[in-house]
Design a protein around this ligand. Structure first.
Ligand code: GLU
Length: 282
């Protein structure tokens, strides 16, 4: 039995690219077999997510004819689950506090003796705690200044050993989380990060097949490592290509206002036409 999911972030209106992604996930589900399609609202980024976009995405998906099983999981309601995962990693001695602001980190990165590799999310920084004088770290800690929690990547990889994961389109993959450096698992402003929340949620929700866009393919290396460190089950993955608008040759994005599902609906386009347009026609 397959449990798959669609996990949008309510930072704008859904567009054709989202419709494709949601339909891609739902297409793996055969209800007669007991498969499940879940919907998760990924709203940890409180500065960018808005309740009206959550309401709009529920409306858009229902209009498209998608039916999800059970209740919608909203990440911001489950911060204690991410805290528990951080506590486990902390107990393993794999986390450290990073007090640097972005600007301070950029300055440290420009020092000639510290040249991290480029990772999928930017410079793959390591050991940022050692880049700040001990007394400055203590001062900031005593003053209650905010910090991010980073994973000690080299130690985490050593602990987890060799890992693989499987993608439906690309086959067996060897996990290479080290290309990310010491990833942030809890941000300064939010007490978790995308990588941690998505990994914990997929496990807690019993997701067996993670369907999502290829822009998140690399992130799966980190998720696989977190699964190993937290003793979580390992789902299969199905990363889909990002949909390109044949008219412009560009990927659909939130800036394409005219191609939001809401705008299409209001201009009289039917759900069947939207489905056909993204390749899920009859
Ligand atoms: N919330 C993410 C997004 O909207 C997707 C996360 C995932 O599917 O793993 O891009």
């Amino acid at each position: 039995m397959t449990t798959t999911r669609f996990a949008p972030s309510p930072t704008g209106l859904l567009h054709l690219g989202h419709a494709y992604s949601a339909l891609h996930a739902a297409a793996f589900v055969e209800r007669g077999r007991g498969d499940r399609f879940l919907l998760r609202v990924e709203d940890i980024d409180t500065a960018r997510c808005r309740p009206e976009f959550e309401a709009a995405l529920l409306e858009d998906l229902a209009w498209l004819g998608l039916e999800w099983d059970g209740t919608v999981r909203r990440q911001s309601d489950h911060m204690e689950d991410y805290r528990a995962a951080l506590d486990r990693l902390e107990a393993l001695g794999l986390l450290y506090k990073c007090f640097h602001s972005r600007k301070e980190l950029d300055e440290a990165l420009s020092a000639p003796h510290y040249r991290p590799m480029r990772g999928p999310d930017g410079p793959a920084v390591t050991g940022t705690d050692a880049l700040m004088a001990e007394d400055e770290r203590s001062r900031r800690a005593a003053a209650g200044e905010p910090y991010a929690l980073r994973l000690r990547m080299a130690e985490a990889v050593r602990r987890a050993g060799a890992l693989t994961w499987s993608d439906r389109g690309h086959g067996k993959q060897t996990a290479r989380p080290e290309v990310f450096g010491d990833v942030v698992l809890a941000r300064k402003d939010v007490a978790t990060s995308y990588h941690l929340a998505v990994t914990v949620d997929d496990a807690l929700q019993g997701v067996t097949l993670v369907s999502r866009g290829e822009d998140l393919f690399q992130a799966t290396h980190v998720h696989r490592l977190l699964q190993a460190l937290l003793d979580l089950p390992v789902p299969d993955y199905a990363h889909h290509p990002l949909l390109v608008d044949p008219e412009t040759g560009r990927r659909f994005a939130k800036r394409d206002r005219a191609l939001t599902l809401k705008a299409l609906r209001e201009s009289g386009v039917s759900p069947a036409e939207v489905m056909a347009r993204v390749g899920f026609g009859p």
